[in-house]
Design a protein around this ligand. Structure first.
Ligand code: SF4
Length: 426
């Protein structure tokens, strides 16, 4: 993004503060920089102002959109410098011979992680040899797809469905250019030679075609070096390299695939393609993606409150924890899977975990007292006992003094609660 501050954008806005965008002109400029609003939300811009602002807010790495998925759009090399914006979709390879089974696998896979359902995003459909079956697959697949085929097959497939197509190389790129212009779709350019990628990119750019770079996964080290070169120079403003990168992890060794897919989720893979739905590869890739693509400027928190687990009665234990999302879901899942009917009192520590919030003082006797009163815990249970996490043991006396409730110190690891509880709770 060229704009360094909201003022760079503000000068092209009408400055009437009419509020039609839901805020003031300066607020809108700030939101555009932070990518919380879209340019179209101000209906009072002249065409020339729109063009100038669009140039100023265009991401360093261009966004490419297909079938409802957006890839690229990144601004920085390291997440902590700002945030990463668009999670790389994870696609599974299929062809016209096996697409029905692959589709079942793709739709059937899910992983629950910190309360979210993580799923695969679609299919990369490769042409093998049967044109009519390939075209049937294009029609049948009801998930996002990328189409990989020779241009003469793609010409027919694009009549059925507009999506990202590939692969354009130095020999066939003019045919891909024709198709991309005619059907208004983005193209994957493929080469393990950075000079060739640059050449192909320049041809796409000259013709106004958006593209995705496939730097070829021929070896881990070679691909990694190319990816780093492409992204570093792309972020610095190299026109041809400022486009999303596709990583096609294809290898017989599962361990190798895990390492590769995780590495490229962290380092600049904007679109990840795997050769099968192997949980050993898919699960860590989805979970890591979830972690890398959270906004480091925003605490990962849940609402504080009194949560009900199972069917607690007046004798049920009351567990206390913080509102860090990962802690909350870990404790909640452990209590649920242990079949414990209880209350979970979640106190507001600003989305900070137990250890860090105890150390920083955000998890303290006063916030526990406030939560006990605010969420009327005394009206739910007959006893006056709170169970705090093992990592918060040093708060026991202070919480007892502040609340007047007896405090039991639970285990450090919530997976041990079930055994611990049988020894201390009647
Ligand atoms: Fe300013 Fe446009 Fe928002 Fe009105 S709609 S406040 S003119 S940015």
């Amino acid at each position: 993004m060229k704009a360094k501050s909201p003022l760079d954008i503000y000068k092209f806005l009408p400055k009437t503060n009419c509020g039609d965008c839901g805020t003031t002109c300066m607020g809108f400029a700030t939101n555009l920089i932070q990518r919380k609003q879209k340019l179209e939300e101000c209906p009072h811009l002249s065409d020339s102002s729109k063009r100038k602002i669009a140039e100023l807010i265009e991401p360093n790495i261009k966004e490419v959109e297909f079938e409802g998925l957006i890839i690229g759009g990144e601004e920085v090399l390291f997440r902590h410098e700002l945030t990463f914006f668009n999670k790389p979709p994870i696609l599974i390879k299929a062809n016209e011979g096996n697409y029905e089974n692959v589709l079942k696998d793709v739709k059937g896979y899910k992983k629950i992680y910190v309360g979210k359902e993580l799923r695969l995003d679609g299919i990369l459909l490769e042409f093998k040899s049967d044109e009519s079956k390939y075209l049937k697959a294009v029609k049948d697949l009801d998930v996002p797809i990328v189409m990989i085929a020779p241009p003469k097959i793609l010409e027919k497939a694009l009549e059925l469905r507009k999506t990202l197509i590939g692969y354009a190389d130095v020999d066939n790129y003019s045919k891909f250019l024709e198709l991309a212009k005619r059907f208004n779709v983005p193209v994957i350019v493929k080469s393990n030679d950075l000079r060739k990628i640059k050449f192909l990119g320049s041809k796409m750019r000259e013709n106004g075609i958006k593209y995705v770079i496939n730097p070829v996964f021929d070896s881990f080290a070679g691909c990694y070096r190319r990816v780093i070169d492409i992204r570093v120079t792309g972020i610095k403003g190299d026109n041809e390299f400022s486009y999303p990168i596709m990583i096609d992890v294809d290898n017989n060794d599962v361990f190798y695939k895990v390492i590769a897919s995780l590495t490229f989720v962290c380092r600049y893979g904007d679109l990840i393609v795997l050769d099968e739905v192997d949980p050993l590869v898919v699960m860590p890739t989805l979970v890591l993606r979830e972690n890398i693509y959270t906004d480091p400027r925003v605490p990962v928190a849940v609402e504080s409150g009194l949560y009900t687990i199972g069917k607690p009665n007046g004798d049920a234990p009351v567990f206390v924890t913080t509102n860090f999302m990962l802690t909350f879901y870990t404790v909640k899942t452990d209590l649920e899977s242990a079949g414990i009917d209880c209350y979970l009192l979640v106190v507001d520590t600003g989305g900070i975990c137990v250890g860090a919030s105890v150390a920083s003082g955000r998890f303290n006797a006063d916030v526990v007292k406030e939560a006990v009163e605010k969420f009327k815990v005394a009206e739910k249970v007959k006893h006056r006992k709170l169970i705090i996490p093992g990592l918060a043991s040093r708060l026991k006396g202070a919480i007892e003094d502040a609340t007047g409730w007896e405090v039991l110190v639970g285990p450090v690891d919530s997976s041990a609660i079930k055994d611990w509880l049988t020894k201390v709770w009647d």
